[in-house]
Design a protein around this ligand. Sequence first.
Ligand SMILES: *[C@@H]1O[C@H](CO)[C@@H](O)[C@H](O)[C@H]1NC(C)=O
Ligand SMILES: *[C@@H]1O[C@H](CO)[C@@H](O)[C@H](O)[C@H]1NC(C)=O
Length: 269
Amino acid sequence: MKLNLAVGLSISLLFFIDHAHQRASAFRVTWPSSRYRETEREQSQAAAMAEVAPSCKSLECPAYESIHRDKDYEIRRYNGTVWMSTVPPIKNISFVGATKTGFLSLFDYIQGQNTEQAKVPMTAPVLTGIFPSRGPFCESSFVVSFYVPEKFQEKPPEAEKSLALKAKKWDIVYAAVRRFGGYVTDSNIGEEAAKLQASLIDTPWADAISKSQQRIAEGHHDREGKDPSLFSVAQYNSPFEFKNRVNEIWMLFQMEKLTHPSHRSISHI
Ligand SMILES: *[C@@H]1O[C@H](CO)[C@@H](O)[C@H](O)[C@H]1NC(C)=O
Ligand SMILES: *[C@@H]1O[C@H](CO)[C@@H](O)[C@H](O)[C@H]1NC(C)=O
C-alpha cells in the first residue's frame, strides 16, 4: 500500500512538476508575486507556523479538529461541511489560470448572483482540487471551492446557471496538510505536494491515504459530493495581501471505523 501511494502519486506529480517547468518558461506569470520582497517572505514563514491561519481571525474558516501536529505536516478531521464548487471541473494547463477562473465565479456568487440575490460573506480558504493530467501537454482538472459560511450551510442559495457552481456536502473527511508561505505558482505546487507525500511515509496514516489515493486514481470518485482530486491547494489570502501569507497542500482521505488497525495505532500516539 505504501508503495502504491508512492508510485501512483509520484507518477502523477512527476507529470505535474514537468508541466509546471515547461509552463513556467513558456509564459510569464503576471500574478503580483514579482513584487514580493524578502521581509514579506519572512513574515509569511512566521504566519505559516501559526496554529490558525491569520486570515481566519477576520474571515470565517471551516472548523476542524487537529488529530496530530508534526514539524512538517498536520492531520485534521473536518466534520460534514458544505462547499460551493466549480462543476464540471475546470480544464487548464495552469493552476493559477484555473484558480482565477473559478474564483471569479465564486466572487460573483457571493456578490449576489444567486437565486436569493443574497450577499454571502467571504470565507477562507479558497480551495483548488487538482487531478493532474496523465500525459505531457494535456490539461489538468481543477475544482475550485469556497467554504459556505455557517449561516448558509443548511440551505445555500443556488448559484446562477452561468456561474457553473454547485453546493457539495462533504462527509467527515481527514486531511493531511502541509503549510507554506508566499505565493502559490504553477511551479511550486508539485514540489510542496511531493514534500508532504515524503513526510507521510511510514506514518500511521500512510495506509489510509494510499487507499484513498488509489480509489481516486482508479476513478471511483464519481459519486455525488466526492471530490475527484488527488490533492488540493488551500489559499488563505487575496493576491493583494503581501504579509502573513498562508497556503496549504491538502491530501483528503477517509478513515475506516475504529476497529481498523491503522486507526487503532493512532490512539497509541
Ligand atoms: C464535529 O462534530 C462532533 C459531533 O457532532 C462535535 O462534537 C465536534 O465538536 C465537531 N467538531 C468540530 C471541529 O466542529
Ligand atoms: C486558463 O489559464 C489561462 C492562463 O492563466 C487563462 O488566461 C484562462 O482564462 C484559463 N482558462 C480557463 C478555462 O480557466
